[in-house]
Ligand binder design. Structure first.
Ligand SMILES: [Zn+2]
Ligand SMILES: [Zn+2]
Length: 213
């Protein structure tokens, strides 16, 4: 996709939503670029429905059958509302000095702002763990539904929809081969779709294997 020079970049981390600035990308619809889309379509259209019949969904919080997150466990999620630090995302209310809170005052960052939807504790922590390590990419769509308001708010604070481009933190090829998916990409695609079909593209390549977080 061309024409994003000077636009704003919304980057999806592994467990949170981070905003950064300025991205330009080269694009192509070459067949080899479309193969991951085909594989994703096969997985979402056939593999996941079949697996849900063979292995009915269970709540990640309490283990109840019928859904991936029951209402009671969903109600325990601790939402990070307004008032968090717009720079580092630390839950608020945070007093700011020159746009920095006490948590990020002395830290330099390579992005303009970060935001998480929920505190990383309890059911939210289990959801992230199951999504990353439990072989359940379907949880990405559930998490996107939960995080959509926070994501939309953060995205609109960065720029207008036509100025935005969504991307994700990549996984190393060896890790992605083993896991079968990159959870940040799954989440980014689901959130971009829910935020009004924002344009999305993989812009970053991981060159070195890093430790799991
Ligand atoms: Zn539950
Ligand atoms: Zn801060």
């Amino acid at each position: 996709m061309a024409g994003t020079e000077g636009g704003r970049l919304v980057s999806l981390g592994e467990t949170g939503l981070e905003g950064s600035v300025t991205a330009g990308i080269e694009g192509s619809d070459a067949w080899w670029r479309r193969m991951p889309r085909f594989a994703r379509w096969c997985r979402e259209s056939f593999a996941e429905p079949l697996l849900s019949v063979l292995f009915p969904p269970r709540c990640v919080g309490c283990g109840d059958f019928e859904s991936h997150l029951c209402d009671a466990c969903r109600a325990t999620l601790s939402e990070i509302g307004e008032g968090s630090c717009p720079r580092c995302g630390e839950p608020g209310p945070r007093a700011l000095v020159a746009g920095r809170c006490s948590h990020c005052m002395s830290t330099e960052m390579s992005y303009a702002g970060a935001r998480s939807a929920f505190r990383h504790q309890g059911v939210a922590r289990r959801l992230v763990t199951e999504f990353k390590f439990g072989g359940q990419p379907v949880l990405g769509r559930l998490m996107a539904d939960l995080a959509r308001p926070a994501f939309a708010g953060q995205a609109l604070s960065i720029g207008l929809p036509h100025e935005l481009l969504v991307t994700w933190v990549p996984s190393h090829r060896a890790v992605q081969r083993q896991r079968g998916y990159n959870q940040a990409e799954v989440l980014a695609r689901a959130l971009a779709a829910r935020a009004g079909q924002l344009p999305i593209a993989g812009l970053v390549r991981k060159a070195m294997l890093t430790r799991h977080q």
